[in-house]
Ligand binder design. Structure first.
Ligand code: AMP
Ligand code: MG
Length: 426
């Protein structure tokens, strides 16, 4: 679709289904090139290589307890009544790289994580002894191998520990570090630039005059992009001036892997400046998606040779562009359904669709025929309650929602007690 192709079902009058639109978007997105990032910067990125164990883990036999390194044979007959009393010849702490050898009939005090000395085949936990320092009384026998973590007991040398495609979470960072990796090859967090358009927009924190509103979309979409693992930048209040829209977008190309605009794409003619400006490019497709909220959508590319970019600002790269509707709830739902999965696709992943669940309606809902409704709701266990205030500008109810009820295209009302699909909001 990136080159002006039209997704299935997007005729002049017909509506595109949510799935067809999602599919068209994903098929037009190319994953970002892998980069090498140090571990401290790699969390949230998606591995572009397998990570293998550089050495066996652990790489040396070591103690899993504080206690005494012994020969199992020397403590074989030990009991409470008749302890094995042995001379303590030294101590090995974690990190000690000395070469120790245990003489028969003696013990060496050993701490958790310390190398087991040559000649020892078991560790007796301190709890089984009198804790002596020159001599120790051991009250229980220990089998060979007791309290020893053997070489390779966690992973063998060369074993694959993490596979390409893994989104790096803290445990994966730990695995990579334990495998000795300083850096890993990853697809980085995509950079999302959000531009809100509209002459009515005023920055929060500045006084409001009648006719103006505070810009919420740019903050919301940037926050949603960050929540989805992206790096987000904000460019607020692009004026409703058709000649200013393309330059404002071009200005952002260099730092963007995705551009997201809000506003300026409905049916209002010359005031819909985003649509007017991008239509000329021919690389962005505008359509109506069979959903509520969020019917007017646009997706395509900008930059590269020719279209937008003006041969420089973006380094000639083509950047995917979403034009989201201006009403805040429409913009929010559109982001979650279309931009969020695209952020994953830029990382070569497909793990960012909202989790779905089934729940029982606690009160009836209505929905327009032929469009799929996404109704703000509160999901509580297996019950879901639609919120009042379902119009697209009603941000207050969005702030109370933790889920969206899906009402299929062919339903116009559903009674309380019905089982519905819901999307759980992140
Ligand atoms: P538009 O799509 O530009 O026609 O805008 C539709 C509605 O959304 C209008 O009521 C706008 O004032 C409102 N809107 C547009 N952009 C924003 C924004 N950034 N923050 C809050 N509301 C907005
Ligand atoms: Mg507008």
């Amino acid at each position: 679709m990136s080159q002006g192709a039209t997704p299935e079902g997007a005729g002049s009058a017909s509506l595109t289904t949510v799935e067809a639109y999602q599919k068209a978007i994903l098929s037009a997105i190319n994953p970002l090139a892998p980069v090498s990032l140090e571990l401290a910067d790699a969390e949230g990125c998606v591995l572009a290589e397998d990570v293998t164990a550089a050495v066996a883990l652990p790489s040396f036999d070591n103690s899993s307890m504080d206690g005494y390194a012994v020969r199992a044979a020397d403590v074989a007959g030990a009991s409470q009544e008749s302890p094995a009393t042995l001379r303590v010849t030294g101590e090995i702490a974690a990190g000690d790289i000395g070469a120790y050898r245990l003489a028969p009939g003696t013990v060496i005090r050993i701490l958790t994580g310390a190398q087991v000395p040559v000649g020892a085949d078991a560790v007796v936990p301190v709890e089984w002894t009198d804790g002596g320092s020159d001599e120790v009384a051991i009250y229980r026998p220990a089998d060979a191998g007791n309290a020893i973590r053997h070489v390779g007991g966690d992973a063998t040398e060369g074993e694959t520990l993490l596979t390409a495609g893994t989104r790096l979470r803290p445990m994966h960072i730990a695995v990579a570090a334990s495998a000795g990796r300083k850096a890993v090859s990853v697809r980085p967090r995509p950079r999302v630039v959000v531009l809100s358009t509209g002459d009515e927009l005023t920055e929060p924190g500045t006084p409001l005059v009648p006719g103006r509103i505070w810009d919420s979309n740019s903050y919301m979409i940037a926050a949603a992009a960050r929540e989805a693992g992206a790096v987000a930048f904000r460019r607020s209040g692009v004026p409703d001036d058709p000649s200013g829209v393309l330059p404002a977008l071009e200005e952002q190309l260099a730092r963007a892997d995705v551009l997201v605009t809000t506003g300026g794409v409905s049916m209002g003619g010359e005031h819909d400046v985003v649509k007017a400006a991008l239509r000329e490019l021919g690389t962005v497709t505008f359509m109506k998606v069979a959903m509520q909220p969020g019917m007017p959508q646009g997706f395509g590319v900008i930059g590269g040779d020719g279209a937008g970019g003006k041969g420089g600002a973006g380094g000639g790269k083509k950047v995917p562009l979403f034009t989201l509707p201006g009403n805040p709830v429409s913009a929010y739902v559109s982001f979650q359904l279309f931009v969020r999965p695209a952020i994953a696709a830029l990382q070569g992943a497909d793990d960012l669709s909202l989790p779905a669940a089934a729940a029982t309606l606690t009160s009836p809902v209505r929905s327009p025929s032929g469009r799929r409704s996404y109704l703000r709701a509160v999901l509580d266990g297996a019950s879901v309650t639609p919120l009042s205030g379902q119009q697209s500008h009603q941000i207050a109810s969005l702030g109370r929602a933790n889920a969206l009820i899906i009402v299929p295209e062919w339903e116009t009302q559903l009674p309380a007690g019905e089982t519905v699909d819901v999307l759980v909001l992140p």
